[in-house]
Ligand binder design. Structure first.
Ligand SMILES: NC(=O)c1ccc[n+]([C@@H]2O[C@H](COP(=O)([O-])OP(=O)(O)OC[C@H]3O[C@@H](n4cnc5c(N)ncnc54)[C@H](O)[C@@H]3O)[C@@H](O)[C@H]2O)c1
Length: 366
């Protein structure tokens, strides 16, 4: 198969769909890989790295799309890319169709095979191609939170690890899922006192088993949240209700109960946030202050660490890319039910029912 890796053209996106290690594996399996010149630069992978791994570098994005059977990228195609996508071409990337009817219509028109990273689903309901980005964001949440606790950026002036003779900082983590566990682990590693809340007892039992004793678990309810926000320096929002808006666990009136300079990092901002006063921010302008509480609500946190994010993402996408290239999409999806869940639009037909529901379209009559 001929596999194409274009450069991402969405604003501020520095990740790339394949590393030189991915190229090496595909070439070893007798496939041809075309990489657009400069595609990996933002993540620290240069043309010569791809060439050494066996790729051919093409000058333009148009050439990559025109010459490839399968396109492997990161973000959903943007308007400039719509017309480049070929009939019958496999496009393997994040799509998030339900949030854009224009993109959905364009991909229907293209008659391509759209396989979405975010809907590839394992038998236990987990989303293996989303997990690495939650891991990155969870770990980064503590790094960012620690920075914004500093006084010059309006934080409380607390060092998370404390020093001998001074208590460490306190971190409250809402949600013991992927984001929450990674955040708790980083905060504990810095020596902070950590409280982690969830409504799922299995998650709390797991955290209790694996974390050191300065990470304590409590059931998530309004009473406990109101109690803890008064004493914690950094609050991490890592709650998810699958397919729904995150619940507002911290309401506007609660901000006045927090110490001035308390920092909230609401990682769940991409699902509306679990704090009432959350609104999406960017890496250029990541924070704002309401009632003396610093809010950090960047919706694409992994974008700030493209090297780590690219490698973490491609580690999990590559086995599927190899399957698709070796077997073709029909056989690969017949054999691998997790991958089959990634099929969203096939040759002009929407095959993922949540997209039809999102736009209130009439289901096709069989
Ligand atoms: N901002 C970013 O850049 C970025 C990056 C990656 C992920 N995210 C987002 O972070 C959020 C969390 O992702 P995840 O992968 O950790 O999800 P997850 O499903 O692994 O974990 C979510 C957890 O929230 C818990 N939960 C549900 N209701 C709760 C409540 N009322 N109180 C406490 N806990 C509750 C669930 O039981 C679960 O353990 C998602 O919205 C995800 O999209 C954002």
């Amino acid at each position: 198969m001929i596999v194409g890796v274009p450069k991402e053209i969405k604003n501020n996106e520095s990740r790339v769909g394949m590393t030189p290690a991915g190229v090496f594996e595909l070439v070893k399996n007798n496939h041809t890989v075309y990489v657009q010149s400069g595609a990996g630069e933002g993540s620290g992978f240069f043309n010569q790295d791809y060439q050494r791994a066996g790729a051919t570098i093409l000058d333009t994005i148009g050439q990559v799309y025109a010459m490839s059977d399968m396109i492997v990228k990161v973000k959903e195609p943007i308007a400039q890319e719509y017309s480049l996508i070929q009939k019958g071409q496999i496009v393997f990337t994040y799509f998030h169709f339900a949030s854009s009817e224009a993109l959905t219509q364009a991909m229907i028109q293209s008659k391509s095979i759209c396989i979405a990273y975010e809907t590839v689903e394992d038998s236990d309901g987990s989303l293996p191609l989303l997990t690495p980005m939650s891991e990155v964001a969870g770990r980064m949440a503590i790094q960012q939170g620690a920075k914004y606790l500093e006084k010059p950026v309006k934080g409380k002036g607390v060092l998370l690890g404390g020093v001998p003779g001074v208590s460490p900082g306190r971190v409250l983590v809402l949600g013991a899922g992927t984001v929450g566990i990674q955040a708790a682990k980083m905060a504990a590693g810095l020596g902070a006192q950590v409280t982690i809340l969830d409504v799922n007892m299995k998650k709390l039992r797991y955290v209790n088993d694996i974390m050191p004793s300065h990470v304590i678990t409590e059931f998530s309810n309004e009473f406990n949240i109101r109690k803890h926000i008064k004493t914690h320096d950094l609050i991490i929002g890592g709650v998810l209700l699958k397919g729904a808006k995150a619940p507002n666990l911290i309401t506007r009136d609660m901000l006045k109960d927090m110490h001035p300079g308390t920092v909230i990092v609401d990682v769940a901002v991409d699902q509306g946030g679990c704090v009432e006063t959350t609104k999406p921010t960017t890496h250029e302008n990541p924070t704002y202050i309401i009632d003396d509480v610093v809010h950090y609500c960047v919706a694409n946190m992994p974008g700030a660490v493209p090297y780590t994010s690219t490698v973490a993402l491609t580690n999990v996408t590559l086995p599927y890319v190899l399957k698709l290239a070796n077997m073709g999409w029909r056989s690969a999806c017949n054999l691998d039910k997790s991958l089959a869940k990634g099929l969203n639009i096939v040759e002009g037909e929407v095959v993922y029912k949540e997209i039809i529901e999102a736009f209130h379209w009439e289901p096709a009559v069989a």
